[in-house]
Ligand binder design. Structure first.
Ligand SMILES: C[S@@+](CC[C@H](N)C(=O)[O-])C[C@H]1O[C@@H](n2cnc3c(N)ncnc32)[C@H](O)[C@@H]1O
Length: 275
């Protein structure tokens, strides 16, 4: 099937992506970088081209996925969170949010959201909840917070704390779509004691010429990426208190001993508790 969209998602356009295997998609490129099998020639070509410009993309993807596990473990085990709204879920792989959370607290309830049809096609793997908890999948665009919150309310109790996880998704939202207002709308819907966790491409981590080359390659992938500075990423956390160690690179957020995977990622991350 051919796409009815130009490359990139233009401002204000929301809704599921078309299933176009001739253009690389973020979810499938990430899957390839993680060593997965749910990707097509266009995704592999885009990933290989990106790796030639910046070889740390593969480590960045692995470090991001490892971060997701550590963050969800922290939220379930240390912060006592039992409800998760995981937006930008990605293609299911090892250590999906509900598996990590329910290993610690089987009663955890997880709502997944993604707009990519390939993620929807694999959503069954996300609906394998422990019988004491529950999971749901919403096929929606992050920018459509009204739909997301209305549908999530069928599974989550918004009177109780919720962890909103936006792991490696917000850089796919351009400034013209006001990502700060999107995060604000989500965090306004959850009570004090809720958490925001996110990772985001960092402007400081790529040399200017590498960044320019990456941006010049944006026509071979569906999403356009907005690299943001640490200061810009920190602004997403207004109204929250950051838990230790604050805003750091993903591999530096509460690293666990024994992980021999070494490298330097291009992603900021932090976790904040709503005041
Ligand atoms: C790099 S993957 C991250 C997957 C997972 N969160 C993780 O960190 O392992 C980003 C995901 O965000 C999804 N995504 C990007 N923009 C989106 C949007 N506007 N609405 C919903 N999902 C989006 C992509 O389809 C992709 O599956």
């Amino acid at each position: 099937m051919t796409s009815d969209r130009p490359n990139g998602v233009s401002a204000g356009e929301t809704g599921p992506l078309s299933f176009d295997t001739s253009v690389a998609h973020q979810a499938r490129v990430y899957d390839y970088l993680l060593g997965g099998k749910d990707n097509y020639a266009a995704d592999r070509a885009a990933a290989e081209a990106a790796l030639r410009v910046y070889p740390e993309w593969a480590f960045t993807a692995r470090a991001n996925r490892a971060l997701l596990g550590r963050v969800v473990r922290f939220l379930a085990a240390d912060a006592g969170i039992r409800q998760f709204l995981d937006i930008g879920t990605g293609i299911p792989t090892a250590g999906n949010t509900h598996q990590v959370a329910q290993d610690i607290a089987p009663e955890s309830r997880v709502v997944y959201v993604d707009y990519d049809p390939i993620v929807l096609a694999h959503a069954r793997a996300l609906l394998t909840s422990h019988e004491s908890g529950a999971t749901e999948y919403i096929d929606a665009d992050l920018r459509d917070t009204g739909t997301i919150l209305a549908q999530a309310a069928e599974l989550l109790d918004f009177a109780k704390p919720v962890a909103v996880t936006l792991i490696a998704i917000l850089h796919a939202i351009p400034d013209s779509d006001d990502p700060y207002a999107i995060v604000r709308r989500l965090m306004d819907a959850v009570p004090s004691g809720s958490y925001l966790a996110l990772s985001h491409l960092g402007l400081e981590f790529l040399a200017p010429e590498t960044l320019e080359e990456m941006q010049g390659m944006s026509s071979n992938i569906q999403q356009r990426f907005a690299y943001r500075s640490g200061e810009q990423v920190a602004r997403f956390f207004e109204g929250t208190d950051l838990v230790d160690p604050g805003l750091v690179k993903v591999e530096e957020w509460r690293p666990e001993p024994g992980n021999g995977d070494q490298g330097s990622s291009a992603l900021w991350c932090a976790v904040g508790r709503k005041r």
